[in-house]
Design a protein around this ligand. Sequence first.
Ligand code: GPV
Length: 837
Amino acid sequence: VEASIPEPQREAWLKHQVSGFKDKDGFESEVVRHVETTLARSMFNCDESAAYSACSLAFRDRLILEWNRTQQRQTFVDSKRLYYLSLEFLMGRALDNAMLNIGQKDTAKAGLADLGFRIEDVIEQEHDAALGNGGLGRLAACFLDSLASLNYPAWGYGLRYRYGIFKQEIIDGYQVEVPDYWLDFNPWEFPRHDVTVDIQFFGHVRKSTDENGRTVAHWEGGEIVKAVAYDVPIPGYATPSTNNLRLWSSTAASGEFDFQKFNNGDYESSVADQQRAETISAVLYPNDNLERGKELRLKQQYFWVAASLYDIVRRFKKSKRPWKEFPEQVAIQLNDTHPTLAVVELQRILLDLEGLEWDEAWNIVTNTFGYTNHTVLPEALEKWSVPLIQHLLPRHLQIIYDINLYFLQSVERRFPEERDLLGRVSIIEESQPKMVRMAHLAIVGSHKVNGVAELHSDLIKTTIFKDFVTIFGPDKFTNVTNGITPRRWLHQANPRLSELISSKTGGKDFLTDLNELNKIELYVKDKAFRKEWADIKLANKERLAKHIKASAGVTVDPTALFDVQVKRIHEYKRQQLNIFGVIHRYLTLKAMSPEERKKQQPRVSIFGGKAAPGYWMAKQIIHLINSVGKVVNNDEDIGDLLKVVFLEDYNVSKAEIIIPASDISEHISTAGTEASGTSNMKFVLNGGLIIGTCDGANIEITREIGENNIFLFGNLAEDVEDLRHAHTYGTHEIDPDLNRVFQEIEKGTFGSTQDFAALISAVRDHGDYYLVSDDFHSYIETQALVDDAYRNQEEWITKCITSVARMGFFSSDRCINEYAEGIWNIEPLRVEKEEGA
Ligand code: GPV
């Protein structure tokens, strides 16, 4: 590497090489330097916010040095790289993570204390990077952490939204959305004004014939928008490897277009052009598990995909390898169908710009891509109207039609008897207007398709993608069960538990090999260990109780059973089942004598999560939860036996407080609807038990921790269809306990009955699509079992410790290694381990 610096200058460069701070003193001097120079503030006037900024800059300097070295290493070795394309990266805060991954949090803590700050307060200053909706975006963030920690050569590619997911406020019990402008001061990104790509939209296609008689397509006209790269360093844990997340920001192209207008005196309209261009990366679409087919969303997708592919292809071309080696150097993973246009764009580049033949190009394309499906919900499967694609990306539509033609021809040759098969698997849906089915395009354009938990991967093979299994064979379809990073979701969120575990597993190895956790099962009967375990849970609950008081104004008893459901609000996730259950509990308590009540297990029902702004039913659910809370929390008969809290603005940094404080958490989706779920893993890893349906990763969690340690209830996925049928054909009687709940709501106990009518009639009159009534009885019974189990604290703690000990499988490190081996065919780079971490 050194040899790349010309001899005459080498000495000067090496002499002044920067190394980042080494110790507490070095850290302090960097902080003070940043306060006084970078921030231009006097050290006599440094508040917590300035301390955060300076501390972040000090760590950023260190990160960027490692980032440079990692990139040099990767370029030098030039082995196959992975590119993870995701429209969402739900990163949360970066400072705490950087300090822990680098292994210098203690240094920073001591240094900040010398300078007069508590490290917790400094960490709190940071605004979450919330470029995602929920599980899909957070999964991408966990993957980046694992990729770097395992030393894989990998890049993330995404969009640099000016506004992340909205901030949620609760006003009079209703959700109100407030824009999340998070870029005011963001030390974690590096603008690369020299790394730009011109992206074309609209225009038309002209065909010509070259000297060999081959038809060549030229995409001409239209307009150009410029993509500018912003790089975010991703530090690995206990390794110097620091990978890159490249986010694209849109701005007006500085080409002839603007100048023409400018020269014609059309200043205003050239400013308008600028603003229009910036709109592309302005805002994250706030829908989770829903696609609405908006033109701007399609523009975002192409803008990001085209810029990323240009970058990837440029990097490949530097190596001067022949094109056929592209899939040996490049793996691209499609995080859901959002980046599927990349399949078409790569085919276009190879065909139109590089002059390859169709078959050769298509072979390269299909060997490069892998596609991860994250849902079977029909409303979330992306479709784009043919006229819209025709208008925005005329050449891409032609290529899509050609891909489909060749695909259908091969299917027809192999299955001449199957009359309906072609229509079912076609990439084009013959509707009015015609639609492009993005999942079909992603399957046809990839060499592997995976689901995110065993049940889910089986379901896609037997339902939505069944025909494709017939066509491509079963080996193209595989499962990679999701995972979570133990660095953030144990070590960072629950430092005391992490400390306790490391005292029994012989150091921090469990953070890089989570199977090491099984060593703590030896201590399940150890008195001192159990005592410390219980103390930690109580302390975490006290911390959450404080937060509940401060944010929701409700006083809760930290010794009560904390029952938590935090996730996006969605009918399929069934927060309505939970709140109906809470009402049932309230009515049961009300009907008891004071003596009987004293025997009951006190509970705090804690909810949190955002509703998509246009999702009316989800907003009704939030309103009902808050309305019930208002009544229950002020009922003197009830006191501390039941409290109901809705925590506003659930996000990654709030999750880090909430999850370690849970006793029982709810993962109660209608069987077959939640692809995996990942918070279920986070809760169990933090010593909370779960109540859940036989859905998504709950099933594998049960397999790992044992069925005595989980509270499963409800109907099975295989029975859902028949049950729905029974509702539709009037053979289902609403559960009588649930009916009592409905009657109470309709009496007006929780406010205007009008408000909640839709939630009731969805169950009673409109087919109960999510089977709330079918599962209600089993849910209530199982919640009673939870109460009983919790009363036996000794047994309960045993269950918790045993469960944590058996959670090793759910590390995102395991998950990433499975992708690397089974889909990407990439290997880690060998890196000297750092001391200290
Ligand atoms: I599609 N998921 C999400 O968060 N947003 C989406 O738009 C879609 C899927 C989630 C699934 O709902 C979860 O079950 C899953 O655990 C997660 O993706 C990660 O795979």
